[in-house]
Design a protein around this ligand. Structure first.
Ligand code: HXC
Length: 260
C-alpha cells in the first residue's frame, strides 16, 4: 500500500515501523494523514507477518498536533461531520490486536500526544516534549485527550495538562506515568524494538487477548471486566500455544509459540 504521509516497513522479526513523514509541518496531523493512519492500522492488523508495531516520527518530531492551518477556517458543522468521523484513524491504531509502541522524539503536542496515547506503551527520547496546547487555541483536545489521559495519569494531573496547555519534558512525563521509558535519542528505535521483542516472544493469541482485556476493562466496571477476562482466560485453553507453553514449562525448555 502506498502512502503520501507515512512510511511503513516490516522487518524480518515481524516488527512493523509506522513512520509519520510530513517533516515540513512537524508531522501535523491533517485529515489525509489521519485517514492514512487508519488504512495502515487496518493493513497491519490483518498482516499475519506483523507481530508488533512501532509508531514514530523517526529522528524528527513525533507530531505537533492536528493541522491548525487546515482547521482554522472550519465551523462546527464541518468539524462534526468531516473531522469527527475521520478521527477513527486513532481508534484503529488502538484496536490493532498486537503490541503497539510509540517511539517519541521531539514534539508530541495535542493530537501528537493523543496519538501516543492510543499506543499500548510509550518510549520517549530525552529530548521529547509532550503537551496539549489546544486550550491556547481556544479549543480542547479532540482525539481522545480528555478521556485517555485521565485514565492513564489520573484526573488531577490530566486537568493540569489540559487546562494549562503547558509543554512537559520527559522527566516530568515519566514522573506522572505518561511514558514507560526514557532513552537517549540515538537509541530510541532500538529501545522500542527491544521492548517489542520482549512482548512478541510470547504467543500472539494470548497477547491479543491480554490487550483486549486491558482496553475493554478500562471502558467498563470491574465485574464486567473480570467476566470478560475470565472468558478470554478460559478460551486460551483451546489454543496450541497454551498446550505448548505449559508443556515447555514441564519439560524445562523454551516454548515455541505459533500464534495458534
Ligand atoms: C500546522 C504546523 C503545526 C500544526 C507546526 N506547524 N505545528 N502546521 N499545524 N499543529 C508548521 C509551522 O506552521 C511551520 O510551517 C513548520 O511546521 C515548523 O514549525 P515552527 O513553528 O516554525 O517550528 P518551531 O518554532 O520549532 O515550533 C515548533 C512548535 C510550534 C512548538 C511545535 O510549531 C507549535 O506550537 N505548533 C503548534 C502546536 C499545537 O498547538 N498543537 C495542537 C494543535 S490542535 P511554516 O510553513 O510556517 O514554516 C490539535 C487538536 C487535535 O492537536 C485534533 C485531532 C487531530
Amino acid at each position: 500500500m502506498e502512502f503520501k504521509y507515512l512510511v511503513v516497513e516490516t522487518d524480518e522479526e515481524g516488527i512493523a515501523l509506522l513512520r509519520l513523514n510530513r517533516p515540513e509541518a512537524k508531522n501535523a496531523l491533517n485529515l489525509e494523514l489521519i485517514a492514512e493512519l487508519g488504512d495502515a492500522a487496518d493493513m497491519l492488523a490483518r498482516d499475519e507477518k506483523v507481530r508488533a508495531v512501532i509508531v514514530t516520527g523517526g529522528e524528527g518530531d513525533f507530531a505537533a498536533g492536528g493541522d491548525i492551518k487546515e482547521m482554522s477556517g472550519k465551523y462546527a458543522p464541518d468539524m462534526l461531520v468531516a473531522y469527527g468521523a475521520d478521527l477513527s484513524g486513532f481508534e484503529k491504531i488502538e484496536r490493532i490486536p498486537k503490541p503497539v509502541i510509540a517511539a517519541v522524539n521531539g514534539y508530541a503536542l495535542g493530537g501528537g500526544t493523543e496519538l501516543a496515547l492510543v499506543c499500548d506503551m510509550i518510549v520517549a527520547s530525552e529530548t521529547a516534549v509532550f503537551g496539549m496546547p489546544e486550550i491556547t487555541l481556544g479549543i480542547i483536545p479532540g482525539a481522545g485527550g480528555t478521556q485517555r489521559l485521565p485514565r492513564l495519569i489520573g484526573p488531577n494531573r490530566a486537568k493540569e495538562f489540559i487546562f494549562s496547555g503547558s509543554f512537559y519534558d520527559v522527566e516530568a512525563c515519566r514522573e506522572m506515568g505518561l511514558v514507560n521509558k526514557v532513552v537517549p535519542a540515538a537509541d530510541l528505535l532500538e529501545e522500542a524494538k527491544k521492548l517489542a521483542r520482549r512482548c512478541i516472544r510470547n504467543g500472539a493469541v494470548a497477547l491479543a487477548c491480554a490487550k483486549a482485556c486491558v482496553n475493554e476493562g478500562l471502558n467498563t466496571d470491574l465485574y464486567s471486566g473480570l467476566a470478560y477476562e475470565r472468558k478470554c482466560f478460559s478460551l486460551l485453553f483451546s489454543t496450541e500455544d497454551q498446550k505448548e507453553g505449559m508443556a515447555a514449562f514441564k519439560e524445562k525448555r523454551k516454548a515455541e509459540f505459533k500464534g495458534r
